[in-house]
Design a protein. Structure first.
Length: 311
């Protein structure tokens, strides 16, 4: 097997197109909490998020290998393109490296929160992959991972940390809203490999939209958010109607025609829309060029999504 083929196989295993959504999460958090991307701290936080996300993708396929042999034999591990031993070494190695990067950030910042959050995030990743994803807790854990990922970015600018390590002096509502959005999308994707139930898809889509509504409500429910809003409130509302509408349109197609290709297309678009959501938050609460920096992540994500599956 050539080096290029091997690289492609591992890139497919790690769902590399999706990793940019994890990057946008922590960038949004850092931009909200510090006003930008602060040097080596930003590098460390980005590395932590990327490593833990990639670890989750690899471990997911590692623990699903028997199921994939029946339903998705074309994937890298069941097809034999990546060996079980290599996937095991890669997955656990990425997880360890991610937690180590989190504690590196804690060494160069005044708070231990990044290191602690990296532990929590790693724990959620493992809990999800080893089997909880098949339970009713699965989508909630996936949403919790996204919540923690945004919180990782927010934590580097926190001045007051409670025992729970939540950055209470920052705008944590985007982290909560992102968690709810991903919870809904995860429910939507539960049966993407087979024909889905339209009623369950509709309920899942409603949950995802509630996550976006939660973020959109920030300036109207939190005084700090209202004081920091950089655009007119009507413009802010219009922004979220557009963002939500583009995601919902594809979900409605899948609800009306709940075939695998439509559901997978809606899920893939919703996942990549995470970058747009993060950029929209930055547009509201930071200088416009930071929103553009986050939005620029769409380009490599879309390019790689054409080469590798995102679900």
């Amino acid at each position: 097997m050539s080096a290029i083929s091997t690289l492609r196989n591992y890139a497919e295993l790690m769902r590399v197109a999706n990793v940019f959504t994890a990057v946008s999460n922590v960038w949004m958090g850092m931009i909200l909490s510090t006003g930008g991307l602060p040097g080596w701290t930003a590098v460390g936080v980005t590395a932590t998020s990327v490593l833990l996300y990639l670890a989750g993708m690899v471990l997911n396929d590692l623990f699903d290998v028997e199921e994939d042999r029946r339903e998705r034999p074309e994937r890298p591990i069941p097809s034999g393109r990546v060996s079980l031993s290599s996937a095991r070494l890669l997955g656990w190695g990425l997880l360890f490296a991610g937690v180590s990067a989190g504690w590196f950030v804690s060494r160069i910042t005044p708070t231990v929160a990044p290191g602690v959050i990296s532990w929590w995030l790693a724990g959620l990743v493992v809990a999800y992959d080893i089997g909880l994803k098949r339970t009713t807790l699965g989508p909630a854990i996936m949403g919790g991972c996204r919540f923690m990922n945004v919180l990782l970015g927010l934590s580097v600018g926190a001045e007051h940390i409670q025992w729970s390590f939540l950055p209470i002096d920052q705008l944590i509502l985007p982290a909560i809203g992102m968690g709810i959005f991903v919870w809904g999308v995860s429910w939507f994707a539960r049966s993407e490999a087979t024909e889905s139930n339209s009623k369950l898809l509709a309920m899942s889509a409603f949950g995802a939209m509630m996550g976006l509504a939660f973020i959109a409500a920030m300036p109207f429910v939190q005084e700090q958010a209202a004081n920091r809003l950089q655009i007119h409130p009507y413009g802010w509302i219009a922004l979220w109607i557009i963002v939500a509408g583009t995601v919902l349109r594809r979900m409605i197609v899948a609800i009306l025609q709940p075939w695998p290709k439509h559901v997978q297309r809606a899920v893939g678009y919703a996942i990549l829309s995470i970058i747009v959501i993060d950029a929209a938050v930055c547009l509201g609460f930071a200088e416009p060029y930071w929103a553009l920096a986050v939005l620029a992540l769409v380009a490599p994500a879309m390019l790689l999504s054409q080469m590798f599956k995102v679900t």
